[in-house]
Design a protein around this ligand. Structure first.
Ligand SMILES: [Zn+2]
Ligand SMILES: [Zn+2]
Length: 319
Protein backbone atom coordinates (compact mmCIF):
# COMPACT_ATOMS: atom_id res chain seq x y z
CA UNK A 1 0.00 0.00 0.00
CA UNK A 2 1.28 3.46 -0.83
CA UNK A 3 0.89 6.02 1.91
CA UNK A 4 1.70 9.71 1.81
CA UNK A 5 3.36 10.33 5.17
CA UNK A 6 2.60 13.72 6.70
CA UNK A 7 5.82 15.56 7.46
CA UNK A 8 5.87 18.71 9.48
CA UNK A 9 7.79 21.53 7.91
CA UNK A 10 7.33 20.30 4.35
CA UNK A 11 6.08 23.75 3.38
CA UNK A 12 9.46 25.38 2.89
CA UNK A 13 11.63 26.33 -0.05
CA UNK A 14 15.01 24.65 0.23
CA UNK A 15 18.31 25.99 -1.16
CA UNK A 16 18.67 24.82 -4.76
CA UNK A 17 15.01 23.81 -4.99
CA UNK A 18 12.90 24.88 -7.96
CA UNK A 19 10.51 27.64 -6.85
CA UNK A 20 7.41 25.62 -7.74
CA UNK A 21 8.50 22.64 -5.64
CA UNK A 22 6.60 23.61 -2.48
CA UNK A 23 3.33 23.74 -4.46
CA UNK A 24 3.67 20.15 -5.63
CA UNK A 25 4.67 19.04 -2.16
CA UNK A 26 1.79 20.89 -0.56
CA UNK A 27 -0.59 19.11 -2.93
CA UNK A 28 1.04 15.74 -2.21
CA UNK A 29 0.70 16.09 1.54
CA UNK A 30 -2.53 18.08 1.78
CA UNK A 31 -4.95 15.27 1.01
CA UNK A 32 -7.02 17.50 -1.27
CA UNK A 33 -7.81 15.98 -4.64
CA UNK A 34 -7.93 19.30 -6.39
CA UNK A 35 -4.62 21.03 -6.87
CA UNK A 36 -6.17 24.51 -6.78
CA UNK A 37 -7.64 23.76 -3.34
CA UNK A 38 -4.44 22.40 -1.83
CA UNK A 39 -2.37 25.43 -2.86
CA UNK A 40 -5.10 28.07 -2.42
CA UNK A 41 -3.19 29.73 0.43
CA UNK A 42 -0.08 30.06 -1.71
CA UNK A 43 -1.21 31.12 -5.18
CA UNK A 44 -4.09 31.16 -7.65
CA UNK A 45 -1.72 30.89 -10.64
CA UNK A 46 -1.98 27.15 -11.18
CA UNK A 47 -1.91 26.57 -14.94
CA UNK A 48 0.61 24.19 -16.54
CA UNK A 49 3.49 23.93 -14.15
CA UNK A 50 6.62 23.53 -16.23
CA UNK A 51 10.08 24.09 -14.74
CA UNK A 52 11.00 26.23 -17.77
CA UNK A 53 8.81 29.30 -17.09
CA UNK A 54 10.96 32.39 -16.50
CA UNK A 55 8.29 34.56 -15.01
CA UNK A 56 4.76 34.00 -13.70
CA UNK A 57 2.49 35.20 -10.93
CA UNK A 58 3.12 32.05 -8.87
CA UNK A 59 6.82 32.98 -8.60
CA UNK A 60 6.09 36.33 -7.03
CA UNK A 61 3.47 34.75 -4.71
CA UNK A 62 6.09 32.21 -3.61
CA UNK A 63 8.68 34.97 -3.20
CA UNK A 64 6.31 36.74 -0.80
CA UNK A 65 5.94 33.52 1.15
CA UNK A 66 9.48 32.12 1.06
CA UNK A 67 11.82 34.94 -0.04
CA UNK A 68 14.28 35.91 2.70
CA UNK A 69 13.90 39.47 3.98
CA UNK A 70 17.22 40.64 2.52
CA UNK A 71 16.63 38.85 -0.79
CA UNK A 72 15.49 40.81 -3.88
CA UNK A 73 12.93 39.27 -6.22
CA UNK A 74 15.56 39.03 -8.91
CA UNK A 75 17.97 37.07 -6.69
CA UNK A 76 15.08 34.84 -5.60
CA UNK A 77 14.40 34.05 -9.27
CA UNK A 78 18.12 33.48 -9.91
CA UNK A 79 18.30 30.97 -7.06
CA UNK A 80 15.07 29.08 -7.70
CA UNK A 81 14.24 29.26 -11.42
CA UNK A 82 16.15 28.72 -14.68
CA UNK A 83 16.33 32.49 -15.27
CA UNK A 84 20.15 32.69 -15.14
CA UNK A 85 20.42 29.97 -17.76
CA UNK A 86 18.06 31.67 -20.21
CA UNK A 87 18.63 35.37 -19.53
CA UNK A 88 21.85 36.00 -21.56
CA UNK A 89 20.12 34.63 -24.69
CA UNK A 90 16.95 36.69 -24.37
CA UNK A 91 16.53 39.45 -26.94
CA UNK A 92 16.30 42.69 -24.99
CA UNK A 93 15.92 42.96 -21.26
CA UNK A 94 13.65 40.58 -19.37
CA UNK A 95 13.46 42.91 -16.38
CA UNK A 96 10.22 44.75 -17.37
CA UNK A 97 8.49 41.39 -17.93
CA UNK A 98 9.71 40.06 -14.59
CA UNK A 99 8.51 43.18 -12.79
CA UNK A 100 5.05 42.82 -14.35
CA UNK A 101 4.94 39.10 -13.50
CA UNK A 102 4.12 38.45 -17.13
CA UNK A 103 3.95 34.78 -18.04
CA UNK A 104 7.22 34.15 -19.91
CA UNK A 105 8.13 30.79 -21.39
CA UNK A 106 11.27 30.41 -23.51
CA UNK A 107 10.42 29.96 -27.17
CA UNK A 108 10.38 26.51 -28.81
CA UNK A 109 11.21 24.37 -25.78
CA UNK A 110 9.71 21.37 -27.59
CA UNK A 111 12.60 21.27 -30.05
CA UNK A 112 14.96 20.55 -27.21
CA UNK A 113 14.71 17.30 -25.29
CA UNK A 114 13.76 17.33 -21.62
CA UNK A 115 13.17 21.07 -21.57
CA UNK A 116 9.70 21.07 -20.03
CA UNK A 117 9.76 17.91 -17.92
CA UNK A 118 10.49 17.45 -14.23
CA UNK A 119 13.49 15.26 -13.36
CA UNK A 120 15.12 13.97 -10.18
CA UNK A 121 18.18 12.03 -9.05
CA UNK A 122 17.51 8.98 -6.84
CA UNK A 123 20.65 9.59 -4.76
CA UNK A 124 19.78 13.28 -4.20
CA UNK A 125 16.27 12.14 -3.21
CA UNK A 126 17.68 9.72 -0.62
CA UNK A 127 19.91 12.43 0.84
CA UNK A 128 17.08 14.96 0.91
CA UNK A 129 14.77 12.52 2.70
CA UNK A 130 17.35 11.80 5.39
CA UNK A 131 18.18 15.49 5.82
CA UNK A 132 14.79 17.18 5.42
CA UNK A 133 12.25 14.38 5.67
CA UNK A 134 11.04 14.78 2.08
CA UNK A 135 12.47 14.82 -1.43
CA UNK A 136 12.42 17.90 -3.66
CA UNK A 137 13.05 18.91 -7.26
CA UNK A 138 16.55 20.36 -7.56
CA UNK A 139 16.93 23.26 -9.96
CA UNK A 140 19.97 21.98 -11.87
CA UNK A 141 18.17 18.75 -12.77
CA UNK A 142 15.53 20.80 -14.59
CA UNK A 143 18.08 22.30 -17.02
CA UNK A 144 17.10 21.51 -20.62
CA UNK A 145 18.79 18.29 -21.83
CA UNK A 146 19.97 17.27 -18.34
CA UNK A 147 19.73 13.48 -18.06
CA UNK A 148 22.36 12.83 -15.36
CA UNK A 149 23.03 14.20 -11.90
CA UNK A 150 26.31 16.13 -12.14
CA UNK A 151 26.99 15.40 -8.47
CA UNK A 152 26.34 11.64 -8.44
CA UNK A 153 26.89 10.78 -12.12
CA UNK A 154 23.70 8.73 -12.14
CA UNK A 155 20.69 8.72 -14.43
CA UNK A 156 17.93 11.18 -13.67
CA UNK A 157 14.45 9.72 -13.47
CA UNK A 158 11.54 11.35 -15.23
CA UNK A 159 8.28 9.53 -15.63
CA UNK A 160 6.83 6.18 -14.67
CA UNK A 161 6.83 3.42 -17.26
CA UNK A 162 3.38 2.32 -16.07
CA UNK A 163 1.16 5.27 -15.22
CA UNK A 164 2.67 8.58 -16.19
CA UNK A 165 5.18 8.31 -19.00
CA UNK A 166 6.43 11.89 -18.87
CA UNK A 167 6.57 14.06 -15.79
CA UNK A 168 5.39 17.29 -17.33
CA UNK A 169 2.79 18.38 -14.85
CA UNK A 170 3.71 19.04 -11.24
CA UNK A 171 0.02 18.72 -10.33
CA UNK A 172 0.22 14.99 -11.10
CA UNK A 173 3.65 14.20 -9.68
CA UNK A 174 3.58 16.33 -6.54
CA UNK A 175 7.19 15.63 -5.68
CA UNK A 176 9.93 13.16 -6.67
CA UNK A 177 9.17 9.56 -5.64
CA UNK A 178 10.53 8.62 -2.23
CA UNK A 179 12.03 5.37 -3.45
CA UNK A 180 13.05 3.80 -6.73
CA UNK A 181 9.45 3.09 -7.72
CA UNK A 182 6.61 5.35 -8.79
CA UNK A 183 4.85 6.76 -5.72
CA UNK A 184 1.47 6.58 -7.43
CA UNK A 185 1.40 3.03 -8.84
CA UNK A 186 4.64 1.37 -7.68
CA UNK A 187 5.79 1.00 -11.31
CA UNK A 188 9.33 1.23 -12.71
CA UNK A 189 10.68 4.76 -13.21
CA UNK A 190 12.07 5.94 -16.54
CA UNK A 191 15.85 6.36 -16.19
CA UNK A 192 17.07 8.93 -18.69
CA UNK A 193 20.84 8.79 -18.40
CA UNK A 194 21.14 5.10 -19.23
CA UNK A 195 20.55 5.75 -22.92
CA UNK A 196 22.33 9.09 -23.04
CA UNK A 197 25.22 9.58 -25.43
CA UNK A 198 28.30 11.35 -24.11
CA UNK A 199 31.50 12.80 -25.55
CA UNK A 200 33.60 15.88 -24.77
CA UNK A 201 31.18 18.18 -26.66
CA UNK A 202 28.15 16.79 -24.81
CA UNK A 203 30.00 17.16 -21.51
CA UNK A 204 30.91 20.74 -22.42
CA UNK A 205 27.28 21.68 -23.12
CA UNK A 206 26.18 20.22 -19.77
CA UNK A 207 29.03 21.93 -17.94
CA UNK A 208 28.30 25.31 -19.54
CA UNK A 209 24.59 24.92 -18.76
CA UNK A 210 25.46 24.48 -15.08
CA UNK A 211 27.84 27.44 -15.19
CA UNK A 212 25.19 29.63 -16.80
CA UNK A 213 22.78 28.65 -14.05
CA UNK A 214 25.24 29.68 -11.36
CA UNK A 215 26.26 32.88 -13.24
CA UNK A 216 29.81 31.61 -13.49
CA UNK A 217 30.52 32.73 -17.07
CA UNK A 218 31.72 36.00 -18.59
CA UNK A 219 28.85 38.46 -18.82
CA UNK A 220 27.37 38.74 -22.28
CA UNK A 221 24.10 39.72 -23.90
CA UNK A 222 22.17 38.41 -26.86
CA UNK A 223 23.12 41.42 -29.02
CA UNK A 224 26.83 41.14 -28.21
CA UNK A 225 26.69 37.43 -28.98
CA UNK A 226 25.06 38.14 -32.36
CA UNK A 227 27.85 40.60 -33.17
CA UNK A 228 30.42 37.91 -32.33
CA UNK A 229 28.66 35.42 -34.64
CA UNK A 230 28.58 38.01 -37.43
CA UNK A 231 32.26 38.75 -36.94
CA UNK A 232 33.12 35.04 -37.13
CA UNK A 233 31.07 34.70 -40.31
CA UNK A 234 32.60 37.86 -41.75
CA UNK A 235 29.13 39.21 -42.52
CA UNK A 236 27.91 42.53 -41.12
CA UNK A 237 24.41 42.79 -39.73
CA UNK A 238 21.92 44.22 -42.19
CA UNK A 239 18.76 43.55 -40.22
CA UNK A 240 18.53 40.07 -41.65
CA UNK A 241 18.86 40.98 -45.34
CA UNK A 242 21.81 39.19 -46.91
CA UNK A 243 23.15 39.29 -50.46
CA UNK A 244 23.97 36.13 -52.43
CA UNK A 245 27.60 35.93 -51.30
CA UNK A 246 26.61 36.41 -47.66
CA UNK A 247 23.88 33.79 -47.96
CA UNK A 248 26.44 31.33 -49.30
CA UNK A 249 28.68 32.02 -46.27
CA UNK A 250 25.80 31.43 -43.84
CA UNK A 251 24.79 28.30 -45.71
CA UNK A 252 28.37 26.93 -45.43
CA UNK A 253 28.34 27.69 -41.69
CA UNK A 254 24.99 25.91 -41.37
CA UNK A 255 26.43 22.86 -43.10
CA UNK A 256 29.39 22.96 -40.72
CA UNK A 257 27.08 23.23 -37.70
CA UNK A 258 24.99 20.28 -38.88
CA UNK A 259 28.10 18.13 -39.31
CA UNK A 260 30.48 19.46 -36.68
CA UNK A 261 29.38 16.98 -33.99
CA UNK A 262 28.76 13.25 -33.73
CA UNK A 263 25.36 12.10 -35.02
CA UNK A 264 24.30 10.98 -31.57
CA UNK A 265 25.03 14.38 -30.05
CA UNK A 266 22.24 16.00 -32.07
CA UNK A 267 19.85 13.32 -30.87
CA UNK A 268 21.02 13.83 -27.29
CA UNK A 269 19.86 17.45 -27.43
CA UNK A 270 17.34 17.96 -30.21
CA UNK A 271 14.00 16.45 -30.96
CA UNK A 272 12.69 15.22 -34.30
CA UNK A 273 13.59 16.38 -37.80
CA UNK A 274 16.21 13.66 -38.15
CA UNK A 275 14.72 12.28 -41.36
CA UNK A 276 17.11 12.00 -44.32
CA UNK A 277 14.89 14.27 -46.39
CA UNK A 278 15.76 17.21 -44.17
CA UNK A 279 19.34 18.36 -44.57
CA UNK A 280 19.42 20.29 -41.32
CA UNK A 281 19.63 18.46 -37.98
CA UNK A 282 16.65 20.37 -36.70
CA UNK A 283 14.62 22.88 -38.66
CA UNK A 284 15.11 25.26 -35.75
CA UNK A 285 18.89 24.91 -35.33
CA UNK A 286 19.70 27.85 -37.57
CA UNK A 287 22.91 29.87 -37.86
CA UNK A 288 20.96 32.55 -39.73
CA UNK A 289 18.41 33.07 -36.95
CA UNK A 290 21.04 32.89 -34.22
CA UNK A 291 23.18 35.53 -35.91
CA UNK A 292 20.73 37.81 -37.68
CA UNK A 293 17.30 37.69 -35.99
CA UNK A 294 17.48 40.27 -33.19
CA UNK A 295 14.04 39.43 -31.75
CA UNK A 296 14.14 35.62 -31.61
CA UNK A 297 14.52 33.93 -28.23
CA UNK A 298 16.35 30.81 -29.40
CA UNK A 299 16.89 27.87 -27.00
CA UNK A 300 20.25 28.29 -25.21
CA UNK A 301 21.43 24.84 -26.32
CA UNK A 302 21.34 26.05 -29.95
CA UNK A 303 23.60 28.93 -28.97
CA UNK A 304 25.86 26.59 -27.01
CA UNK A 305 26.36 24.37 -30.08
CA UNK A 306 27.10 27.40 -32.25
CA UNK A 307 29.53 28.83 -29.66
CA UNK A 308 31.27 25.44 -29.44
CA UNK A 309 31.60 25.30 -33.21
CA UNK A 310 32.73 28.90 -33.75
CA UNK A 311 34.84 29.66 -30.69
CA UNK A 312 35.47 26.37 -28.88
CA UNK A 313 34.76 27.92 -25.49
CA UNK A 314 33.06 30.88 -23.81
CA UNK A 315 36.35 32.52 -22.92
CA UNK A 316 37.23 32.78 -26.63
CA UNK A 317 34.10 34.66 -27.70
CA UNK A 318 35.20 38.12 -28.89
CA UNK A 319 32.81 40.15 -26.74
ZN1 LIG B 1 22.26 13.46 -7.36
ZN1 LIG C 1 3.32 5.04 -11.89
Amino acid sequence: MLVNPVRYGNLALLPGEHALGPLGRQHFYSGYRRFSKSVADLTVDIDSFSPAALSRVAYSDLYKKFGRSEQSYSSFLSGHTLLNYYRPFAPGSLSPLLERNAYVMPLLPRNVIHSITWRSCPVCVELAVSEHGFPYFRLEHQLPCATQCALHQCALTSGCLSCCRIWSSLERIGMPPLGKKCSKCGGELDELGTLAYSDSDVAWVHQMSLRLLSSDLPLFTHSRLQLAYQKWLGVDSKVGILNLRERAIVSDAQFELDNRFQDLLYRAFLRGDNSPSIKKRSSKLSVFHAAFSPDLFIPPVFHLLIIRMMFGDFESIPI
